[in-house]
Structures are given as C-alpha cells and as structure tokens.
Design a protein around this ligand. Sequence first.
Ligand SMILES: *[C@@H]1O[C@H](CO)[C@@H](O)[C@H](O)[C@H]1NC(C)=O
Ligand SMILES: *[C@@H]1O[C@H](CO)[C@@H](O)[C@H](O)[C@H]1NC(C)=O
Ligand SMILES: *[C@@H]1O[C@H](CO)[C@@H](O)[C@H](O)[C@H]1NC(C)=O
Ligand SMILES: *[C@@H]1O[C@H](CO)[C@@H](O)[C@H](O)[C@H]1NC(C)=O
Ligand SMILES: *[C@@H]1O[C@H](CO)[C@@H](O)[C@H](O)[C@H]1NC(C)=O
Ligand SMILES: *[C@@H]1O[C@H](CO)[C@@H](O)[C@H](O)[C@H]1NC(C)=O
Ligand SMILES: *[C@@H]1O[C@H](CO)[C@@H](O)[C@H](O)[C@H]1NC(C)=O
Ligand SMILES: *[C@@H]1O[C@H](CO)[C@@H](O)[C@H](O)[C@H]1NC(C)=O
Length: 858
Amino acid sequence: MIDLKYLFVCIPLVLCYDAGTNVQLWTCDGGPRQQWVMDSQSQEIKLKSDGSCLDISNWSKDNGANIYIWGCHPDDQPQNQQCIPLQWSYNSTTYTITSKLNDKCVDGSAYGTSDGTNIQQWECTGADNQKWMYNSTDGTFHYGMDPTKCMDAGSSVTPCQGASVEKLPFCDTTLDVAVRAKDLISRLQLSEKISQLATGSAGVVRLSVPPYQWWSEALHGVAGSPAVRFNGQIPNATSFPQVINLGATFDMPLIYEMGKVISTEARAMYNQGQAGLSFFAPNINLFRDPRWSRGQETPGEDPYLISQYVINFAHGMQAIDANKFMKTVVTCKHFAAYDLENWNGTDRVHFNAIVSDQDLVETYLPAFEACVREGNAGSIMCSYNAVNGVPSCANSFLQNTIVREQWGFEGYIVSDCGAIGTIINTHHYTSNPADTVAAGLHGGCDLDCGSYYPQHAQEAIDNKTITEADIDVALTRLFTYRLRLGLFDPANDTSYHSLSPADVNTADSQNLALKLAQESIVLLQNNKSVLPLDPKLSVAVLGPNSDATTTMQGNYYVKGTAPFLISPIDGIKSMASNVTTAKGCDVKCTDDSGFKEAVTAAQNAQAVIVVVGLDQSQESEGHDRNDISLPGKQEDFLMAIRSATKNPMIVVVMSGGPVDISWAKTKADAVLWCGYPGQSGGKAISQVIYGDVNPSGRLPYTIYPKDYVNQISFFDMGMRSKPGRTYKFYTGDAVYPFGYGLSYTTFNFSWSEWEKLPKFQMLDELSSVQYQVSVTNTGSRSGAIAVLAYMTYSDVNAPMKQLFGFQRVELNPKENTTIFFDAGVETFMTVDKGGNKVLKPGSYTVKIEDLSHTITLV
Ligand SMILES: *[C@@H]1O[C@H](CO)[C@@H](O)[C@H](O)[C@H]1NC(C)=O
Ligand SMILES: *[C@@H]1O[C@H](CO)[C@@H](O)[C@H](O)[C@H]1NC(C)=O
Ligand SMILES: *[C@@H]1O[C@H](CO)[C@@H](O)[C@H](O)[C@H]1NC(C)=O
Ligand SMILES: *[C@@H]1O[C@H](CO)[C@@H](O)[C@H](O)[C@H]1NC(C)=O
Ligand SMILES: *[C@@H]1O[C@H](CO)[C@@H](O)[C@H](O)[C@H]1NC(C)=O
Ligand SMILES: *[C@@H]1O[C@H](CO)[C@@H](O)[C@H](O)[C@H]1NC(C)=O
Ligand SMILES: *[C@@H]1O[C@H](CO)[C@@H](O)[C@H](O)[C@H]1NC(C)=O
Ligand SMILES: *[C@@H]1O[C@H](CO)[C@@H](O)[C@H](O)[C@H]1NC(C)=O
C-alpha cells in the first residue's frame, strides 16, 4: 500500500535539495543498486558508498541522458524549506550527474496515486518520450508500462510551425479561440486526448503541439514547482511577504501591483523556458480555525477581505494585453471548505467537511464567487477533502451547479495534486477505476494534477462510464486557456515576449516587497509610547526568530527565490549602532541553556527587542498545530528577559497563524505582529521600531486565548458553534480582535453629509446607501490607516458584524480627506438557514471606526 504521508505531504512540494541527506537508491536494468547522496553545500551528487556500486554502464539508455525526478523522503524534508522536484541527467561517459533545469528536457511529472507507482514521462535528446514506472515498494524503475503508447513528448516542436500544420484552422490566429480549440481537439486521437488530462500534458508531435506543464506556483512570488526551475542559474524572483501579511495591509491597490510584478517575472521566466503560465495561486480558503497551518497562505478570516484580495490578485496576474492575450492564469484554491491538514488522526484526504447551507453561502463560497465573477480567474482547484460526503473533485453540485451554472465559470477545474486518486483510495467514494474517472470528469474536474486520469481514462471508456465527448468537454476548456495565453500564436504577437531576466527582481519590485512588508506590520501594544525607539539606545536583539531568514518567507518558496533576505537582526543593526544579540533558544525552544546569555545581554542594554513566534516546524502544509500558545519555553524566555530588565522590552511576534500572546500583552512595553514578512522583512520591522515607518497593518484574524482549542473541535465546520468562529461569531474575549492595529499618530473620524443619510427606508425601495467619512490625522506624525466599515444587524441569526468596505488613507499631520463607502443592497442581506440570501425588515447599523449610523428597513 502506498504511504499516504509520503504521497500527500511530500509530492506537492517535493525535494529538499539542501537537506544534505537525500539518499536515493537507484537501480538499473539488472545492475546493482546504487546509493547517491547530495551535498547540501555544493549541491553535488556523489556515490554514497564509493566503490560498492560499479556497474553504471547500463544507464546509457537515452543517449547518456537519464533524467530523474527526485521525491523526498519525509524524514529528509528539512523544516522551513519548500521543496521542488528536480530533474537530473546522468552522463554515461563522464559518470556525472547534472541538473537538467535549464535545458529543453521536460518532465511529465505525473505522479502515481493509487498503487504506489510514480509514472514519469520523459523526453530525451533524440529519443522518443519514454514512460517509466517507479515502484515505491522495492525502489525500482521499469521501462515502459505500455511502450506501444509511448509518444514523443515533442518538447522540440514549435506550435503551428511547419507546412503540415500552419494552414490548419487551430493555427489560424484570425479565428476565434473557441473555433481553434474545437478544431485542434477534433484532430486528436483518443490516446492523445487522454494524454492531455494531466498537469504534465504530453506533446503531440504530428500536430506540432508541444507538451505543457500546468503546474506552476506563485503564492507570494514565483516559486518552485514542476514548471518553475530554479537552480541559481536563473534570475532571483521577488519574494513578497506571506499572504497573511498581505491581508493585514488592507491595501488592495498594492495587491494588484504585486500581481502585475509576479506575472511579469513569470512571463520573463517563461520566455527563458523556466516557468509555465498557469499558477496554482491564490489560496482563498477562509482562516476558520487558528490551528490550521495553511491559514498563513490566505488573506485571513473575513470573506469580504479575501474576496477583495482575490479580485485584485487575479486582475494583476491575468491582465489582458492589447491582443487579448492573458498574461498568466490564476487558480483559486482549494474548492471547497478546505482548511484542515491533519488533526486528531484525520488528515485532509480523509476529512469529510460537514457544512451547512448557511455556512456554505455565508462563509465558504463568497471568495470563490468573487474569484469567478469579478476576478475572472481562468482556473479553480478542487480540494483533497470531501464536502458533505462527496469528494470535492467529484462534487458535481459544487463544481457544475454552483460554479459553472450559477456563477457562469468558463475556465477549467484542476485537482489538487493526487486528489483524483483520493476519490477511490481515501474517500472510498468509488470502488473501481472506471467509476473514479467518471466521478471526477462528470463531477466537473477537467485536469488531474497527478496521473489517475491518463492511467485509467481508457478503462473508463471501455467500461462506458465516460464517453470521448466527456473528455472533449474538459479539453475544450483546457485548450481554450492555452490559446488565450498565446501558446499557439507567434511569440511576438503577445506584448510579453520581450520580457527578460532584466525584468525580474527590479528595484521597483524590491521596493514593492518592502512596502508590503511595512504596511503589514501590526502594532498591538505601545505603552507609554515606548515606540518608536531611539536608535541611540543600546539594544539587545534576542529570541528564536531574531535571525530569521527563510522563516520570513513562510511557505511556497524555494531556496533561490529571494534575491536576498534581511533578517530582523540585520535590519536593526543597520539602524542602531550599539546592538548585542543572543537567540536564547530556537523556535521549538525545548532547551533553555541559551537563556543565560540572553539575560546578560538584556541586563546590559538600554532596550530589548525579543523576536518570538513560529516557523514551518510548527505550522506547515500537512502539519496543523494543536496548541496555539508560543512553542516550548518561549514564554519562559520572555519572563526571564522581563525579570532581567526594567528598560523598554519590545516583543515582535513572527508567525503565520495566531499565537496567544496574553503574557506579552500585559508584561511587555510594546508588541508587534509581523507575520512572515518576506525578503525585506527585517528591514521593515526595524523601520517600524525606529519610526521611519508608521505602522498601519491591522490584524487579519482574531487572536484567541489558548483555551479556544479545547472549546471547539477542529472538525466542526459550523461558524456559529460555541464559542463561535472568527470575529463574526466568536463570543469570547479575544486576546486581540480582528482588525486591531495601532499607529504612532491618531485619527479622527466624522460623517460628512450626515443629513443626507436615511433613517428609514422602505425595504423594496432600498438601493445603495453612500457613506462619506472625513478622516483627519490629529497627531504629530504622518501616518496611514485602513478605515474599516462594518454592518451590524438586529437579526439574531446574523453575524455580530460583517466587514463590507475598507479603504486605506495616508495623511500628514492635520491633513484630512473624505472617503466613501457604498453599502449596496447585498450589504443589508443576511443568509438564512437554508442558504438563501434574504433582505429582512429590521434595524441595520453601519459602523465605521467610532462612527455609527442606523437605518431601519420597513
Ligand atoms: C541572484 O542573487 C544572488 C545573490 O544576491 C546574486 O549573486 C546573483 O547575481 C543574482 N542573480 C541575478 C541573475 O541577478
Ligand atoms: C473495465 O475495463 C477493463 C478493460 O479495459 C477491465 O479490465 C476492467 O475489469 C473493467 N472494469 C470494470 C469495473 O468494469
Ligand atoms: C519576432 O521576434 C524575433 C526576435 O526578436 C525577430 O527576429 C522577428 O523578426 C520577429 N517577428 C516578427 C513578425 O515581428
Ligand atoms: C553600548 O551600550 C552599552 C550598554 O549601554 C555600553 O556599556 C557600551 O559602552 C556601548 N558601546 C558603545 C560602543 O557605545
Ligand atoms: C500596558 O498597558 C495595558 C493596558 O493598556 C496593561 O494591561 C499592561 O499591563 C501594560 N503593560 C505594562 C508592561 O505595563
Ligand atoms: C479524537 O480522537 C479520539 C480518539 O480516537 C476520540 O475519542 C475523540 O472523540 C476525537 N475527538 C474529536 C473531536 O473528534
Ligand atoms: C473629532 O471629530 C469630532 C466630530 O466627529 C469632533 O467633535 C471632535 O472634536 C474631533 N476631535 C478631535 C481631537 O479633533
Ligand atoms: C479638512 O481640511 C480642510 C482644509 O484644511 C478644512 O477646511 C476642513 O474644515 C477640514 N475638514 C474636517 C472635517 O476637518
């Protein structure tokens, strides 16, 4: 049986090239098994037990170019590291292995699912594409599962070039995309069609159709993935702050700018053969429960905030040029109700989320609806979990009825990686492969990130559980988007063809990454205005995350995807002259032997900055938290430092998910939350501490007291289940609430045109109500604030409040500005138990900061 831990934890982000402990057992036809090890420093691969493995001559099967994609053993996966599959080529003449990342070889990277087999489709210089089967039980490779079906991967062909194809309708650039897609599909044989159903889509040489790898990643910057190749030979991609930080900025115009930068870098890499154009981002699942480790990848816990995020991200990423070509395609993931990795013995591929209609419509679907209707995203990813008994990727109600019929989605749906196999293997929703393929295709999932479809589609046809027409439906959607990206048009026709490495990691993109980090930092506590700190004070910089580098990237990055990483210590040293450092302990903080040195440093300094929090060892894909307090003895560490000094003590919390920091709240002089602030994180942190930047971030989630996890089951999807989830329903006392955030200046708010605001309104005459708010900076420093507008309801069934608008303004001292919020009819609607949006009589109070206004609908 396949080890699911291996498959689902490792595969999406496999290979850990800096573990230094990646030992692979290889065998070749009849030859002895060989052990290879990678040196994490030099990234060289060497025979581990030299001399013991001699016969490598049999390797020279493919003109000396055996390509291998490494998967990592879970034990080798280093914490804090994203992993990607790498391709290696073995030169049988020189006996060397080198990275194939920058040549033309493509990998199908279609990973096996059901039976412990990883299937690879390889194309090597001058040779046919070859299928290899990897047996994960005995660690052997076998050539050709069915050699008769092997096709040339066609990576050398240029689409629509050559006399035999250039006159065909699908190559006619004057025709409609729909006509071209239809024509192309009509020319494919069944086996060729089947080969298009996986993210590693094969080429069709006779039609000059190149292969296409659909799997690229770009959660907060272009990141390692099968189609994105990094190996130090490529330009450094800008590594923006983790998405939870981006939520905290409440600055959507900058998210749009970020989308433009990421897609520019993506196109530039694509032009170098280093990236695909379809990206598995953004992650727009709602951060329902503080334990969820991937909440860090989302903009937070509010459906409206997440919706605004996805709209702006998608518009920036997909921007359509003058010739109507999309720049890239975004994929809104993970549909639907996916927000649990592994808890109390149930992991995401076994989890069946029981979701009420009310919660579905009110909480779990809105961001996806915004993704489709306003974001115009080209793609959606179905999730690992089941929803109300039906695996997401087979969920026709969600994918066909809601997304396609109700929302009018015209794009394609791709499975999370390996998720088609889970329909049968972990959800046991089907009992044979033919039915499984049918469940996925009929359920609305067009593309398998995996290999289940290509392996079993023929069987499904033979058994009449699907028809060729079903495959055509999926292929129509898929080729439409390849055409819309310009992949079958002369490269020069797109306005992106001239983007080059010079467009990656520019000074402007570095500044944008820094600005987003600055705007994301949340000032939670600042007693007696201890901040901003005087840089002339001697300062001890302490704590497990004080020297954080890759930790600041959160997840979905790979070594090499940031041009530089400025740690908190680096940032502070660049601004203060008398700095001592001592970590005290690492993030796990099980060992307190380093406390003493830190205590001494604290005693000798005029101020202390302690950077505590989490990293991927505490919260990573597949690994949720059970406990939401600071890990190990971190709180003891804070106490030890507090006892050592009466001088200002500033606590900086670096974490993706929320951490109960009650102790710091009452005992530290100042507290900052900085999320995972990306490549310039340490600079942004120090600029806030020393006052070069006035903090303006607001918490994108509720920070709950640590006992919260004992009060509600992680499995309980109910937003109203006691004591309630998110600011909308949580009735307990938060350590810090959603939207909390201080500034070094003060703001005053007043209604403009108050007299025009209606007090009563006939229900059936309700239209949008416009609120005008004058905001004045009443303090002595320039500063920014994201003004938040909430609706509250007299209806007891409704949420306690709901964010319906926000706008960030920057003001100099004494300066004022007027901003506008439209409360449309939707703002007054609530969702009833049946999942219907209803407009009811009652009183509705709009709250904008400390202002409020009530309308009674009659
Ligand atoms: C990428 O960043 C590294 C480290 O800063 C630098 O040495 C290298 O030149 C950069 N590469 C490019 C193409 O800019
Ligand atoms: C489906 O067809 C294949 C032949 O392609 C056959 O081996 C298999 O038993 C059939 N399965 C079912 C469930 O009918
Ligand atoms: C396309 O670009 C190439 C390389 O820059 C150039 O040589 C060629 O003339 C261009 N073709 C057209 C039609 O603009
Ligand atoms: C740094 O600060 C410490 C403690 O305040 C002080 O003793 C020391 O003289 C300072 N060093 C310099 C170079 O100013
Ligand atoms: C800071 O002020 C809060 C009240 O605003 C108080 O609870 C806390 O104890 C104070 N912290 C310190 C270190 O005095
Ligand atoms: C967690 O697992 C234990 C042991 O299987 C079980 O008794 C308990 O009910 C589970 N808790 C929840 C909330 O499912
Ligand atoms: C703030 O605005 C209100 C009007 O909403 C006004 O009464 C009050 O004096 C202002 N406060 C300051 C400090 O300007
Ligand atoms: C805003 O500033 C203008 C110009 O200084 C001033 O006339 C006006 O009264 C101010 N409005 C508010 C609400 O403070």
